[in-house]
Design a protein around this ligand. Structure first.
Ligand code: CDP
Ligand code: CDP
Length: 220
């Protein structure tokens, strides 16, 4: 009998290290990496291209309900296709950075992604992964509250802004955190019972070792 898939949820604020940590864990343990932030970014880009403002909630709802979402693999990462198309680099740009938290606060946008995100378990199974590591803002609280591991990555906001600047990217880390934490629908919170890690004074490698040390015994 094949062993059950392991589910690892990683949440945290902007530039807290979720994606880098998740990618390295996925490699180490043969997991599907699912960056749900990239899904919100892709939908944001689609809505901006269609000139549907976040203030027009009904139009946002109609538009997202018509989009066909599918998945292809990009290495070990799940890449969301919208009507058969992958997103470009613009989803990491300033325009999407400035708008994504506004669209992500709309319940219809979150609802459009809910089943799609949970469906990544089947994608992991189909491709022979040992499990999945999914990162975002509401993974341990809403998407997979029963995950085998739920981690929350903290880091001082000044340190996080420095990390983004070091990547040469313009981002309003503090403003996105404020919007993500204060929205009504699935706000950014530390889920009850999650393992809290403060990475302000840790290197990426130290964070990965910490998490991997907790995960490894479960995979024996
Ligand atoms: O990489 P970074 O942490 O800066 O952001 P991201 O993970 O790419 O997420 C971009 C935005 O998508 C966040 O600021 C949230 O507004 C939204 N998001 C969300 O609401 N729920 C998730 N599970 C993931 C992202
Ligand atoms: O996915 P998220 O926005 O949470 O963060 P990320 O894109 O994984 O990390 C942002 C940047 O911080 C990357 O360049 C990482 O290499 C770096 N980082 C770091 O310097 N120290 C850590 N402990 C974690 C990440």
């Amino acid at each position: 009998m094949s062993s059950p898939l392991i589910i690892i949820a990683i949440d945290g604020g902007a530039a807290s290290g979720k994606s880098s940590t998740s990618r390295l864990l996925a490699e180490r343990f043969n997991l599907l990496h699912v960056d749900t932030g990239s899904f919100y970014r892709h939908l944001t880009s689609e809505l901006l291209q269609r000139a549907v403002p976040h203030t027009e909630v009904a139009a946002v709802q109609t538009t997202v309900s018509r989009l066909q979402l599918s998945t292809r693999l990009n290495g070990r990462s799940a890449q969301m296709l919208v009507d058969g198309h992958a997103a470009g680099d613009e989803i990491r740009g300033q325009n999407v950075n400035e708008h994504v938290s506004h669209y992500a606060a709309i319940p219809a946008v979150r609802a459009a992604l809910l089943a799609y995100q949970r469906g990544q378990v089947d994608v992991a199974k189909q491709h022979g992964f040992r499990g999945l590591v999914m990162e975002g803002r509401d993974i341990g609280s809403v998407i997979f509250p029963q995950a085998d591991f739920r981690f929350f990555l903290h880091a001082d906001p000044i340190e996080r802004a420095k990390r983004r600047a070091a990547e040469g990217r313009q981002d309003s880390v503090a403003e996105r955190d404020r919007l993500d934490s204060s929205r009504k629908a699935a706000p950014l919170v530390v889920p009850a019972g999650a393992i809290d890690i403060d990475s302000t004074f840790l290197t990426l490698e130290q964070v990965v070792e910490k998490l991997a040390g907790l995960i490894a015994p479960k995979l024996k």
